[in-house]
Design a protein around this ligand. Sequence first.
Ligand SMILES: Cc1cc2nc3c(=O)[nH]c(=O)nc-3n(C[C@H](O)[C@H](O)[C@H](O)COP(=O)(O)O)c2cc1C
Length: 280
Amino acid sequence: MSETEQPIEEKSSFLEDLKDTLRRGKTIDGYDYNVKKRYHEPAPDGNHAEEFKQVVESRRSVRKFTSKQIPKDVLDACLDLALLAPSSCNLQPWEFHVVQSPDKKQRLVEACMSQNAATTAAELIVVVARTNNWREIAKLNIEQWPQPKIPKHWKEFYTKGVAFTYWQGPFHAVGAVKKAFTHAAGLFRPMPRGPFTKSDMRVWAIKSTALAAENLMLAFRAHGFDSCPMEGMDEVRVRKLLDLPADAEVVMVVGAGERAKDGVYFPRVKFDRSNFIRYV
Ligand SMILES: Cc1cc2nc3c(=O)[nH]c(=O)nc-3n(C[C@H](O)[C@H](O)[C@H](O)COP(=O)(O)O)c2cc1C
């Protein structure tokens, strides 16, 4: 937003918005498209397709790294790029645990079944999804709003809307009620079908976190380093090592470093796009 533009205090309350959304069954973004003065962020100039293609195409899972360290500024830049990934309701349910203490790193390597990608990695990053810290992140969405005046709708969503959506109650009983209501209402209008259960919340958090993990790996590649995602690990040991809370899910461990000459074990194996892409 330019300096001259001011954020708009939106008129309707969260409940009114919700009712309106349910009535129309169309949009859940709650944005008032009738307000004249709105935030604008034009698409940047330029086309980076070629560089992007190079980064994506040259990313491979590297299982052998050289002894070169990743400079701290590069590591931090890559982690910062990971944090720019999109996330459901901007609730950023991810954590990146950069394991650097020699003792912990050794234990993490063992928890990764001593895979070469872990043993030789300059950095090991445990990518974690949190299923129950949405309240705190919702609070940050209000406290750290980047403009002087927070839009009413934004504030209401992060005070009431998130609880309505993500609070499942003790033993997920509230989630069960929401599920039943959704099922009934869904016969007549489009309805979001979750999350309602513990497993829904895991999927919800892991989806956004996996996007951030991919950002991280592409960022390493763009900076001249490489990575290997690893789910071949003992999650119980990793949780213990990092003293993770009960709601944390270990999504993957990312090993990173400089690619050794023989660091990629196999040529890329991909299949015809007709196997995966449907135009409907
Ligand atoms: C979620 C996930 C878990 C993976 N776990 C491992 C692993 O534990 N060890 C490993 O060597 N590679 C692992 N990989 C890498 C895949 O084997 C690799 O991405 C796939 O073979 C395609 O190769 P490419 O990444 O070089 O294109 C994992 C990849 C993903 C996405």
